[in-house]
Design a protein around this ligand. Sequence first.
Ligand code: ATP
Length: 330
Amino acid sequence: MITFEDVVKVYPGGSTAVDHLSLELPTGKTTVLVGPSGCGKTTSLRMINRMVRPTSGRVLIDGRDVAEQDEALLRRGIGYVIQHAGLFPHRTVLDNVATVPMLLGCTRKQARTDALGLLERVGLSAEFAKRYPAQLSGGQQQRVGVARALAADPPIMVMDEPFSAVDPVVREGLHREFLRLQKDLGKTIAMVTHDIDEAIKLGDVVAIFRQGGRLAQVGTPREVLANPADDFVAEFVGRDRGLRSLSFESAADLPVRPLSEVGDLALDDAGRPVGYGSFTRADSLRLVTDLAIISPAGIAVRVDAEGVADGVVRHHDLVDHLAARRREQP
Ligand code: ATP
């Protein structure tokens, strides 16, 4: 468990970056810090691995103040992933991943074998191992960055906008891989993003920050979507702007009930039919069929045959699609 205890950060000569933050990040879960630019997310994240020191208050890991821990030992237990991967440009992909374990005393052979396994885990086959970072796409570089952070098998990962530098299609793929990996590994993850969709999709817990480094609301994605604490959160989570992405363990977990009427056909991003629905208001689409359901807050979730939420029905896609259908109809 990572705990922020009434943490304040004022940079020298600057205004307050983090203002009395108290927050618990549960063990084995992903907590996403999200909010507009400059609201103190990165500063908060960096206080976990002591790259930034609080002006007052404490950050604790399993009850121990990070300020009192040996810095090298502390960092060894915390994998760090940043926006532009931050790979060593003159080392191969394999060496990028194997270097840290070797520095920690692992034999070269073992470190390299483990690195290949990690690369495989993040979806990179052995053929990538010999390449240099510049010979990889942005998404592949991010995967190497994740593999490298995992190489020392840290119980904690801090990730600062790990997926924001890649295009949306690649990002979707990275999200899926991240969720799969995290399901297997169960690390304690603190992730920063400014993208509320990403926060809701990847977070077990979402901590929404507002300007001035103040926490606006903490909760599960479902809680913040269903019950925004105030107008700022409501606006930020986009309640009024239509349907947002969402992922839940199972359909039974959703605050929704399937409807039974049949209206227009709804398609997902890839053009696959995901359900039928009709608009009653711009922000309230009623989706029907056993494949898609809609929450009272106006969130459509696609569920697979077993009832597991596996995607989202996006508002604008439906609007476009339904408009096209209407034009086609006599
Ligand atoms: P973004 O989403 O734009 O990355 P953020 O929410 O991560 O923003 P921080 O980077 O934590 O925000 O910055 C919070 C505030 O602290 C900002 O006003 C920023 O200008 C200021 N700040 C950050 N780092 C420093 C620094 N080293 N010295 C002085 N001020 C800083």
